[in-house]
Design a protein around this ligand. Sequence first.
Ligand code: NAD
Length: 347
Amino acid sequence: MNKMIQKLKVGVIGTGAIAQNRHIPEYKKNRFVELVGVVDANVSRAKEVAHKFYIQHYYQNVKELIENQDLDIISICTPNHTHKEIAEVCLNKGIHVLCEKPLSTHYKDALALIKLAEEKNVFLAVGLNQRLVPAHNKIKEILDHGDLGKVYQIKASFGHGGPEHWSVEGEKNWFFDREKSFFGSLGDLGIHKIDLIRWFLNEEITDVSSLKSTIEKPTYVDDNATVIMKTEGNTLCTVTTSWTYTPWVQNELMISCEFGTLLLEQNPDKPGLTILKRDMEETVEVDWLIKEKSGYHHSGLIHYFVNSVMSKKEPTLISAKTFLGTLKAIFAAEQSAKMKQTICIND
Ligand SMILES: NC(=O)c1ccc[n+]([C@@H]2O[C@H](COP(=O)([O-])OP(=O)(O)OC[C@H]3O[C@@H](n4cnc5c(N)ncnc54)[C@H](O)[C@@H]3O)[C@@H](O)[C@H]2O)c1
């Protein structure tokens, strides 16, 4: 006899671009969950998205959702300044939370949320989808294998044409409003690269120096930035970010090691990860999304978090605790640009 699986009940807060492109379709495809409701401060958007994805309930605020539905999991896909308050309400209700980056706009808030999740015995994870990208997993596998020796330098860049091309709010998007975003291109895109660097190396960032500028976009946050960092093991890293790149996405990594170099470029004309050694050059095929045999492509984030909740195993790869070192480095980069100084991260 088939054992009936009790599906986990899920809600998604914020029905903008990341919710519609990733969280909602990936929950809908997951057979272990039922996406029962969505919330958006713009209730007509919540209604439209609920209809589009065949979701039964929609609401205008998180309290209405959690009072009316008995949820196991919530995804927070709202602007940065709202994350802390929404996460607090959900954790207090004993719901597992997957919050989009940057989790919080103050370091102390991230610590308080982690403590609350522990007290309530639920998981708090961050949308670190880049750690699940197959191309990045291949790099991690090669570096962990050790053939290339010590990593001496990492050069990363990540940019696109600007959030107005991405956000559902278009030109009047919240990313340009410093009160809501807190961060510019560096906090938006660089956060992923800094996080990847810590993960690739298994090391924390110790020194951070950054320069930021606002060249083109109607905002007080940076639309271009560069940060130079040093890790515990003396690896030097630069991360360059932009909201003004043409063509609209550039995503690159160069990892220079003792016995070779890894080059990764998200460029459809030059697919793959190139491995250069003294006596050989090889390009291996890598993907940017997980490709199932059925033809379904996904980020892996929802699958990973749902599996963690189902199996009651801490989502270590993407847990808020794992992410703290990245937040520290991002705040140090903000401080460095403001004070025009190199910031040393202690402890
Ligand atoms: N992991 C990633 O790669 C990635 C990529 C893009 C965005 N993000 C993150 O996702 C979050 C959302 O970004 P987006 O690109 O989807 O933005 P978006 O502008 O496309 O959508 C935001 C939505 O949130 C709604 N909203 C605003 N305040 C709300 C509130 N208090 N309660 C409920 N809904 C509210 C808005 O009406 C809008 O529909 C941000 O924190 C962003 O940093 C992560």
